[in-house]
Each structure stands twice: as C-alpha cells, then as structure tokens.
Design a protein around this ligand. Structure first.
Ligand code: HPA
Length: 272
C-alpha cells in the first residue's frame, strides 16, 4: 500500500492500461519545448489530457502540448507527459503533482522530470543541460498539504537524496558516452508566472540555487512520498534577469538543447 493517498480516478488507470499490455516502469514529465523525446516512442498511443478525469483542467500555455504518450522508449515500457499543469495557471500543488500520482498508480518505479529554467549559478549558459542534485521549494505550497489520505501513512517524508544518487551516476555515465558535459545543480521552484527581479536573482544565488523555474517541485515531492525514484534535468533557456526575456525566446533556446537532452535520455534508458 502506498504511503499516501494517490487521489487518482480508477478510470484514468484503465484509460492508460487500455493502450498497452505492459506496465510502464518509467515516466517522463517533459517541460516547455522539451517534448521531442515523445517522437522516440515506439508503438505510441496518445491520450489528450482532457480525456483524463484526474488531470487538472487549466488553460494551455504556448509550447505546452497537453497529452500523455504511452509506448516503449529505447525498449523500456514508458508513459510520457507532454506538458504540465502549473500552479501559476491556478492548479493546486496537489493538482500539479498529478503526473507523479498517476505514474505511481500505474506501477511506475522511476520518474524523470525535465524543465526549462533560468540560470542563476556562476558559469551557466543558455543551452546548458543541468542534472538536478536537489531543489529549494519557494512556491509557498506543498502537494502533501492535506495528506495523508484514507490509506494513512505520514506526509513527513525525508527529502535527502530526493534526486536519486544511483540514477544520477547512471546519467553521468550516459552523458560521458554521448560526449555531453553534464553539470549538477540545485533547482529553485518559484510560483511565477513573472520572471524574477534582479534582487530575487541575487537572493536565489545567495540561497544556493543554480537554476530557477516554475514547476517540478510539486511532482518531485509527491513522487518521493509515493516511493518513486526521481531524476531531474533543467535546460537553461536563459540567464535569469540577464536581459528582457520573452516566452518565445525561452522556447527557441529549448529547441536547440532539447536534441542533446533527447540523446541523453535514450542513453540513460539503455542503462536502466
Ligand atoms: N525564471 C523562471 N522560470 C523560467 C526562466 C526564468 O528565468 N526561464 C525559463 N523558465
């Protein structure tokens, strides 16, 4: 039995199960402009988010394609969430964590999350791929607030090694194999949707953050509460508060580096 209530409608589990005979072992949550990995899925079937009863209904944001892809990737049975519901769109933290909750309900063991983020750490440049070693929750909310549900258990979960050390070693080995230089760093999650002020960027640097974004934290906390192993990547689409920034520029930077992240993901899957 899971430690916390999943809150996943049985209809969503059967909707996904109808598309495949295999139980998925890996789930991906693909961030802004990073959904190209879904093109690598063999025998893919697609479920629009609005056909999933439990998926929070929030408005679409450009670059966030809302669908679940089910199939095999590099031979591994997987589900891929193309796009997320963000808290800045009005989703609660519990809602924003739906991909992690549905993945757990499907029996997935490993959650791989990707996001577009602003670089705040020294030496980070647009187009860098950063392996997440940890996060700082500055969203002011928590997906475990209000849990535990009917199944009991405790929401007081440890967050040391939330980003799985063994999986991070696999990621480094995979990066070496494809000749990608992969740094590790800390993700600060903010509510958004405005980008940070220069004073906020200085604060984030002081706090020890390397990148800043508006997602990922809720699903990672929920995934850990549900016993999933987590791996996370940020694509640095801009240097935070470095210059005036548009959502289009963020998406454009994502396009170039997402090819690298796609190759890295495949190399990781071959090693799982
Ligand atoms: N800040 C927050 N979120 C982001 C950024 C940023 O600079 N770039 C992409 N997502």
């Amino acid at each position: 039995m899971s430690m916390v209530s999943l809150g996943v409608p049985a209809s969503d589990v059967s909707r996904v199960s109808r598309e495949t005979d295999e139980s998925p072992s890996v789930a991906f949550v693909l961030g802004s402009g990073l959904s190209g990995l879904a093109d690598e899925v063999e025998g893919a079937s697609f479920i629009p988010y609005d056909e999933l009863e439990g998926f929070p209904a929030v408005g679409a944001v450009a670059g966030h394609a809302g669908q679940l892809v089910v199939g095999r990737i590099a031979g591994v049975p997987a589900v891929l969430f193309k796009g997320r519901a963000h808290q800045y769109q009005g989703a609660t933290a519990h809602d924003a964590a739906y991909p992690a909750r549905l993945a757990a309900a499907l029996g997935v063991q490993t959650l791989i999350v990707t996001n577009a983020a602003g670089g705040v750490g020294d030496g980070l440049h647009t187009g860098d791929v950063l392996l997440l070693s940890d996060h700082i929750n500055l969203m002011g909310t928590n997906p475990l607030s209000g849990w535990p549900g009917p199944s009991g258990g405790t929401p007081f979960i440890p967050m040391r090694d939330a980003y799985d050390p063994a999986l991070r070693s696999v990621a480094h080995a995979a990066a070496d194999e494809i000749g990608l230089s992969l740094k590790e760093g800390v993700y600060a999650g903010l509510l958004g949707p405005n980008y940070e002020t220069p004073a906020e960027v200085r604060m984030l640097r002081t706090l020890g953050a390397d990148v800043v974004g508006m997602s990922t934290v809720p699903e990672v906390i929920a995934a850990r509460a549900l016993g999933l192993r987590v791996l996370g990547f940020s694509l640095v689409t801009n240097v935070a508060a470095g210059e005036d920034l548009s959502h289009e520029e963020v998406l454009e930077a994502g396009k170039n580096a997402e090819v690298q992240l796609r190759a890295l993901s495949l190399a990781i899957l071959r090693r799982l």
